[in-house]
Design a protein around this ligand. Sequence first.
Ligand SMILES: *Cc1c(COP(=O)(O)O)cnc(C)c1O
Length: 374
Amino acid sequence: MIPYGKQHIDKDDEKAVLEVLKSDYLTTGPKVQEFEKALCKYTNAKYAIAVANGTAALHIASLILLKKGDLVLTTPNSFVATSNSILYAGARPVFVDIKEDGNIDLDKCEKILKNFNSIKAIYVVHFSGNPVDMEKLKYLKEKYNLTILEDSAHAIGATYQYGKIGNCKISEITTFSFHPVKNITTAEGGAILTNNEEIYKKALILRNHGIEKKGKYVWEYKMKDLGFNYRITDIQCALGISQLKKLDRFIKKRQEIAKKYEEEFKNTPIKPLYPFNENSAYHLYVVRYPFQSLEEKNQLFIKLREKGIFLQLHYIPIPSQPYYQKLGYTMDNLEEMKKYYLEAFSLPIYYDLTQKKQSYVINTLKETLKLQSK
Ligand SMILES: *Cc1c(COP(=O)(O)O)cnc(C)c1O
């Protein structure tokens, strides 16, 4: 079976995890801070807080950045966790159409910002690991006095003109996910990155039940806020430290796979989402094909599954989900997203996808769609 993504675990990872299992601390020990330091070093962010998963990171971030009733521009082309976190804070996502590359359309964001002065924030997703136009985002932030969050679940290892994604040069907060399909894994896991000390302190407290461990008496702790248990274990962080060392190698391999797909589908109706970009972390490799209907796409998925290849669709437009429909959201003004939903699908891309397996995917797809082989 060839999935669209999966983890790569080696002997060093196994050793790192076993060492923690034999140590005194399984959780809230030294590995958590060590992992956070390593994330800071890699991204050049000032502070990192490792948490239980990427959704927990988004939840904490939204509680810090937003208040009830705030309006937040965000993308319909993401996993539901991005906009759900806005709802967790009692705020309201406003879905803005995407561009051809799958990222939020910042020009359309500006049109909305010009007409409504009540927008508080933009939540961007660097879709597939391809950074959004950060120059434009910076301009919008400054001109319209916005709070920016980067959901970088796809984008650890990606770069942009001001350095590594995660350095928070333009945003208040960047979040990562370390789910096994992502670029590096801690099984479940996530992180919040920021350069703002106040945000950092609030996030630390929210991760641990809203408790501050300071008081007059030795035993005393003070619960100051309604927080959560969003802690991550030392076992997971040991894995994260070991994985992070390999991230650049992982990204390089992902980029090689992306290049080969682009080359092999040249002059066919299978089009890359964007021309090869050496700054993209290539968490996903999404292509577009002129399907006539979703049924036709479904048939392709079924045929490839029979041959052991699991295509995926990233993503079903969030406002079309039943829960969002119930809240009154529609697909109005999301024309590019609708077209994208019809045309796009994700091909397998991960470190252990051998050349042989990739050729099998390419040839099977060409045969099934009856494309001219080169
Ligand atoms: C995976 C993902 C998340 C959620 O991360 P979890 O660790 O699974 O909670 C959020 N946003 C995006 C864009 C993702 O891909």
